[in-house]
Write a protein that binds this ligand. Structure first.
Ligand code: NAI
Length: 303
């Protein structure tokens, strides 16, 4: 039976001063995990900074008898993330779980968007998660144990109007997870992605008011507890919101061989077969994809 007792475990949750990160931190702390509450304390666009939001969450956890520590580092700085990991290990002795949650929005259609706003969003979501993971990985490898969670989004998986920067960064995180799960498996490290939907300051202006009350952020956090546990899967994208949970998967249809001199006309003629979703399957890695392609060629040539 999979255990959800986190006594003796240590987690870092980035951007945990409010919204979803705070709920993830509280959920882990409730189950005995010591939690480092990282938050820069800026606004939803990434302006300003204050460690007070993180300290408030630390107080909430300590008031309930839990163990917690605040860290005001900026995820966009590798030095800050290294400092955060060093302080975590000094205070709690290890680091088992990293929840990459910190994020900002700078929405605009791509035509009107300043490149600075595109880069800033990529910097916080993608590079921020990369920095924290880079800092945490040596500790996890040394322990032969680790759980890394990245936070993707429906915007990254499916697209959203006005969110080309955010969608690109969020999709990149599932790409990061896909390679990381392969590279870290031998160290007992599992890497998964959360795809949340919740009412927070990030979504209060996007989601209609009558739906916000259903989308309590604490309803998402059980998925984080699941992915942070000893028996967690690896390489999964778990979607969570309003008390619902689902598995999101990238799939590919059967490879259809069109001969040695394929043409666009042949693709059109065979489109029903090429796009037949009844043949679609997930793939474990890029090399599985190459094998699938070549397997279809060999099978067709042997006929
Ligand atoms: P939020 O704005 O309430 O929380 C984000 C937290 O990250 C804030 O406390 C903020 O201070 C912190 N932060 C921002 N930049 C930082 C930096 N450079 N360094 C350290 N901390 C920083 O937003 P919410 O909704 O709780 O979002 C949490 C995560 O979930 C984000 O990655 C977001 O993109 C993702 N997400 C949220 C969805 C939702 O429906 N709320 C949907 C899909 C994804």
């Amino acid at each position: 039976m999979m255990s959800f007792d986190f006594s003796g475990r240590v987690a870092v949750v980035t951007g945990a001063g409010g919204g979803l990160g705070r709920c993830h931190a509280l959920a882990l702390a409730e189950r005995g995990c010591a939690v480092v509450i990282n938050d820069l304390g800026g606004d939803v666009h990434g302006e300003g900074a204050s460690v007070s939001a993180a300290q408030k969450v630390v107080q909430e956890i300590m008031d309930k008898g839990g163990k917690a520590m605040a860290h005001g580092g900026n995820v966009t700085s590798l030095e800050d993330m290294q400092d955060m990991v060093e302080k975590t290990v000094t205070e709690f002795g290890r680091l088992d779980i990293l929840v990459n949650n910190a994020g900002i929005l700078r929405d605009k259609t791509f035509a009107k968007m300043d490149m600075a706003d595109f880069k800033m969003v990529v910097d916080v979501h993608l590079i921020g998660s990369v920095n924290a993971t880079k800092a945490a990985l040596p500790v996890m490898q040394e322990q032969d144990y680790g759980r890394i969670i990245v936070t993707t989004s429906s915007s990254g998986m499916y697209g959203n109007f006005g969110q080309s920067n955010y969608g690109a960064a969020k999709a990149a995180l599932s790409g990061f997870m896909n390679s990381m799960k392969l590279e870290t498996a031998k160290f007992g490290i599992k890497v998964n992605a959360l795809l949340p939907v919740a009412a927070t300051r990030m979504t209060e202006s996007i989601i209609p008011e009558e739906m916000l009350s259903l989308l309590k952020p604490e309803l998402v956090s059980p998925a984080v507890v699941f992915m942070a546990a000893e028996g967690a899967p690896t390489g999964e994208i778990i979607s969570a919101g309003a008390g619902t949970f689902s598995r999101s998967v990238v799939v590919e249809t059967d490879s259809v061989y069109l001969g040695d001199t394929p043409t666009a006309e042949q693709i059109l003629e065979n489109w029903d077969k090429i796009s037949d979703m009844s043949t679609a399957q997930p793939l474990g890695s890029g090399s599985d994809h190459t094998q699938k392609v070549l397997g279809a060629v060999f099978a067709a040539k042997q006929k």
